[in-house]
Design a protein around this ligand. Structure first.
Ligand code: NAP
Length: 287
């Protein structure tokens, strides 16, 4: 790597960050596009988020990604929020223009782009979304905004209810919330066009687990799993075996990264290079 005196610095803050694919993905993209940029991981403790953001201004760091557990905590330290990030209530990308810091949420737009890229249009479709954590919050918002008919299922019903109530109020159409149980899956999958797993079930090292029994998967479904390690989760393997169309978590990861890259550099992201780096590191082929 050839780092000049004019290099622009980007990075990711989170805790932990050691597992992140973003440094490899972005550095490969900068190199491919001949940009004098470098991307580094910063492990930042919860209590140091404000100091880290001061440091972004002081060191003139061009941009950051933000990951668990700081996506909500960074918000008060920024100068401006993109309306989508403000409505979702979480930021995963920051752009620094001469000390003026603006926060975005490219997880939401990245998820939607991953679907559209595979020819899946959620508008007017019945979408069953599993999970009510941070990722589900961004995904549910963008799906509701796009005009999907959304049902949320979560292990902790209260969290799904809170999300559903927020969405119902924001979009003026009912979003239902149910407990993630076998019988609710049976009932809701009968009408579903798209199933999205936004829980962490199936993520390594628990890759033998699945949130949905294989007997409930059919060829008429599109099944999307945002878990990206492994790339082909048990859910995606069983969906493929049932003849369903599948969208893997690498697609969302790459698109959220590509959108951040474009905000920092003003250059179109080399999406295939970024995808190649991630799939190479995860050791598999995309779904
Ligand atoms: P989070 O805020 O911790 O939420 C975790 C969700 O999973 C909650 O809904 C939780 O239910 C549910 N869950 C966990 N263990 C479960 C179990 N044994 N049975 C049923 N439900 C269970 O995490 P997150 O940030 O939303 O991330 C969720 C997953 O998405 C992670 O695997 C993460 O790596 C992945 N992700 C991928 C991308 C991408 O770009 N592809 C982006 C963001 C996240 P409760 O509410 O009941 O606890």
């Amino acid at each position: 790597m050839n780092i000049s005196g004019k290099v622009k610095i980007c990075g990711i803050i989170g805790d932990p960050v050691e597992h992140s694919m973003s440094p490899a993905m972005h550095n490969a993209a900068f190199e491919k596009m001949g940009l004098d940029f470098v991307y580094v991981p910063f492990r930042v403790k919860r209590e140091d988020v404000g100091k880290a953001i001061d440091g972004v201004r002081a060191l003139n760091i061009r941009g950051l990604n933000v990951t668990i557990p700081h996506k909500v905590a960074v918000m008060p330290f920024l100068n401006e929020l993109d309306p989508l990030a403000e409505k979702i209530g979480a930021v995963n990308t920051i752009v620094n223009d001469n000390g003026f810091l603006k926060g975005y949420n490219t997880d939401a737009a990245g998820f939607l782009q991953a679907l559209l890229d595979k020819g899946v249009e959620p508008k007017g479709k019945n979408v069953l979304l599993l999970g009510a954590g941070g990722a589900s919050r961004a995904i549910s918002f963008v799906l509701a905004e796009r005009g999907a008919n959304l049902v949320l299922l979560n292990r902790t019903l209260q969290k799904a209810k809170e999300s559903a109530d927020r969405l119902t109020e924001a979009f003026g159409r009912e979003v239902r919330a149910l407990e993630l149980s076998h019988w609710n899956l049976v009932a809701e999958l009968r009408h579903a066009d798209i199933l999205v797993n936004a829980t962490s079930v199936g993520m390594s090292p628990q890759q033998d687990e699945t949130p949905v029994p294989p007997s409930l998967l059919t060829a008429s479904l599109t099944v999307c799993d945002i878990v990206y390690n492994p790339i082909k989760t048990r859910l995606l393997k069983e969906a493929e075996a049932a003849g369903a169309k599948t969208v893997d978590g690498v697609d969302m990861l790459v698109w959220q990264g590509a959108m951040a890259f474009e905000k920092w550099t003003g250059v179109k992201a080399p999406v295939e290079v970024m995808r190649g780096v991630v799939t190479g590191r995860l050791g598999g082929s995309p779904a």
